[in-house]
Design a binder for this molecule. Sequence first.
Ligand code: CUA
Length: 324
Amino acid sequence: MRYDLIPILMFVHGCAGIQSALEPTGAEARQIATLFWVMVIGGATIWLAVIGTLLYAARWKNKPHSAQSAGRLILWGGAVFPAVVLMALLSYALWLMPSLRPQAAESSIAPLRIEVTGEQFWWRVSYRSENHETSIASANEIRLPLGQRVEFVLKSSDVIHSFWIPSLGGKMDMIPGRTNRLSLLATKVGIFRGPCTEFCGTSHALMAFSAVVMDPVAFDTWLEAQSQPSEQHASDGKLRFISNGCGSCHTVRGTEATGTLGPDLTHLGSRESLAAGILPNTEEAIRRFIADPDVIKPDSKMPAFRMLPEDDLQAIASYLKGLK
Ligand code: CUA
């Protein structure tokens, strides 16, 4: 094992994966990655030229310049060269801008609109497509079809959060009292990760979501299923869920649980993760979160239910995991 390589490996490892702006899987992210590399190559070339000139002056050309050649060096190397290079890089970045923020031209024709609201510390999600009259509620997971432009409508209900799926595109703040728009086009099927990128309170670092890019046909089927209430079996867990008052904060469509303070749980069991990207979606994790939300996610608004008998916790967790 070459321990001296560890820092380099850590650095390079950070450039790939489900949350990397340098491994783009969306049209906007590709533009940003290209801009990044152009800037890096431009900067590195200039740095090499400056260091080369420095070495040349220090080691080989160590006689004083004439006043005339010094003046020429300052004019060309110190004024003309940086002005031209900076103008070129700036022009390139400005030229990219319309394609990085295409929503102004295309928002009226985006067939799918996803509204995402930042909450402390989770994401309220609602889909609005041409095929559905009403919007479809979900939480902490965003699904989008491959190769179709999606318009995100970004809001906040409390403090400033920031919405970012590095693999797919640029970042956009979610500001209370304001509606921001972001347009993204996914170019690869997969599961990516979006973290909250604006400090929003104690559990800011525990606020993330999965961004699932699906084949368009699979997406339509999925959205259709999401628009329906989940299959309900008369179960003990459901009764305990209702009788313990969970429905005053959470909605499970098709039941008397219609609360809107917390995440919609209608299809909780089918989501990629739990509690805004921090727990695996298992029955055990659901049970733990119901009992100790204040430990798992400090300052979250969900009250702890550790006083419930173990039977209740288990039955409710099992009911919720079954909501596919
Ligand atoms: Cu929400 Cu940081």
